[in-house]
Design a protein around this ligand. Structure first.
Ligand code: NIG
Ligand code: FE
Length: 413
């Protein structure tokens, strides 16, 4: 396949870097009036239409796709989602408008437990159909790789059911999907006051069964005030590591929880949320392999403080930004909106925002060798946008779906 008449190709990288940190976050290759040549599932070549190679390919017999003055970008990688759930929570949304906090709702048994109740009652088939619909929705908006968590089960049986749904999505969708086991997402009512017994259940029963069916690539814990403690988190991460599940955790959403430190200590591939960050958290991330991941949709939806993205970049850290698509704190998986929020609310430049939502999120789900940039030999997971002159228009024209076509594994979807 030969894609022609591309106004601008951006997100090019031939450095072989698996992530971009600090000042490198502003680096992205851009070519105007471009073509991209695909071979099978992969990117074979790209360049200017009026170059020697451009002219040569045009004279050959390729299947031509005309971008008609749109841009071509690498697909978004969404490294943090919870799309397997049964019910929406718009009535709690109204409670929050009227003044209740996220923690108030959780204390009275709403929030995650509300979702867990409905999700426990739903069949595996019904959950699969609902999740597939959400997956297709975000694919049309340009997401090509996605991490999906369990966590609305909170019993052994239900957690396994959710992870089996994710396995079926992996088998049937053209998207690149990673599964994350989040048994420690909420504390079921019957364990309130003795939550270490629930942690025991996660460690002694859930983790071995999840591992025996090879259902999870990662392990997650909601390490925060009112949820799991640093000690609980440590026990769970150690147990998961024994089965080869790398941590990727929820940290510092409600409070400076120690979540960043415990994640780094156990070699987490990412620590996510980070609305509550001090200098100690920034220092602790320096020189590590842990990707700090900000979830702009959650901070927007809950009116939380903004994570200090610029400060992190100034300190030489990488920053990734994902959607957190879930029914309680971010009921949207629109990564174009995340790109806009990265610029508007967190003051990233369009180039930095692009790296934050593609290469760095790919790293945070361990797929940046395959996707996350326009690189020869990487998978052809590409967005063709509606006609626009340049990259800067993407975050600027916020709210609309500017994706015209999506190519996954070299095929139009
Ligand atoms: O990432 N913070 C914890 N988990 C989800 C929210 C889950 C929910 O409220 O249903 C999050 O924001
Ligand atoms: Fe989350």
């Amino acid at each position: 396949m030969l894609i022609i008449n591309i106004s601008e190709l951006a997100g090019i990288d031939e450095s072989g870097k698996l992530l971009k940190s600090g000042a490198e976050m502003a680096e992205t290759g851009r070519v105007q009036n471009a073509f991209v040549l695909l071979k099978g599932k992969k990117i074979a070549d790209y360049g200017r239409m009026d170059s020697e190679s451009g002219k040569k390919y045009l004279s050959e017999n390729h299947r031509v796709v005309d971008a008609k003055g749109g841009m071509v970008l690498p697909c978004f990688c969404d490294s943090h989602t919870h799309i397997v759930y049964a019910n929406s929570r718009e009535l709690e949304f109204v409670d929050k408008i009227r003044g209740l906090s996220y923690e108030d709702i959780a204390k009275r048994g709403g929030g995650i437990l509300n979702s867990a109740k409905a999700t426990a009652e739903a069949s595996e088939d019904a959950l699969y159909d609902m999740a597939l619909q959400r997956l297709e929705e975000v694919m049309r908006m340009g997401t090509g790789a996605i991490e999906i968590k369990s966590g609305y089960g909170l019993t052994t049986e239900s957690e396994l059911k959710l992870l089996r749904v994710i396995r079926r999505l992996k088998e049937n969708s053209p998207m690149l999907i990673k599964a994350n086991f989040l048994g420690a997402h909420g504390i079921p009512m019957e364990y309130r006051g003795h939550q270490s017994d629930y942690v025991d259940l996660v460690i002694n029963e859930m983790i071995p069964l999840v591992a025996s069916e090879d259902l999870a690539d990662f392990i997650d814990v909601f390490c925060d005030d009112g949820f799991f403690t640093v000690e609980d988190t440590e026990r769970i991460l150690m147990a998961g590591l024994k089965y080869g599940m790398r941590p990727k955790i929820h940290a510092n959403e409600m409070a400076v929880s120690g979540g960043v430190q415990v994640g780094v200590k156990y070699g987490a591939i990412s620590v996510d949320h980070l609305e509550q960050m001090g200098q100690a958290e920034i220092e602790c991330l320096k020189g590590t392999e842990t990707m700090p991941t900000i979830l702009p949709g959650c901070a927007f939806f809950l009116n939380l403080p903004l994570s200090p993205a610029r400060e992190m970049i100034r300190n030489g850290l990488p920053v990734a930004m994902a959607s957190d698509f879930n029914p309680g704190t971010s009921p949207s998986g629109n990564m174009q909106l995340i790109l806009s929020m990265a610029c508007i609310r967190y003051r990233l430049t369009p180039e930095e925002a692009l790296n934050a939502t593609t290469l760095n999120t790919a790293y945070a789900m361990d797929v940046s060798e395959q996707v996350g940039s326009i690189t020869k030999g990487k998978l052809a997971n590409l967005i063709i946008t509606q006609p626009m002159a340049r990259l800067e228009f993407m975050p600027y024209y916020y709210g609309a779906n500017k994706v015209s076509k999506v190519i996954l594994n070299g095929k139009l979807v």
